[in-house]
Design a protein around this ligand. Structure first.
Ligand SMILES: [Zn+2]
Length: 69
């Protein structure tokens, strides 16, 4: 893995790394405008993913989602 120093000229958008298991691709979920969940789509099959944030939400920084049928 290549690790590059973070540039802070712009505020980074919080995101959650997601491994889309069925498509075997990696993607990112970004916080929605309400800040209640991370949302995004599988870059390959387009399946919508939503991960709630909050009290009992995930605190994991990395997430595996099975986007298969
Ligand atoms: Zn997929």
């Amino acid at each position: 893995m290549n690790q590059q120093p973070a540039k802070s000229d712009k505020l980074p958008r919080p995101f959650l790394g997601v491994n889309f298991a069925a498509c075997r691709v990696y993607g990112r979920l970004y916080k929605n405008h309400l800040g209640t969940a991370y949302e995004g789509h599988c870059p390959r099959c387009g399946k919508f993913v939503q991960v709630p944030i909050g009290g009992h939400g995930t605190s994991a920084r990395f997430f595996i989602f099975d986007c298969g049928p």
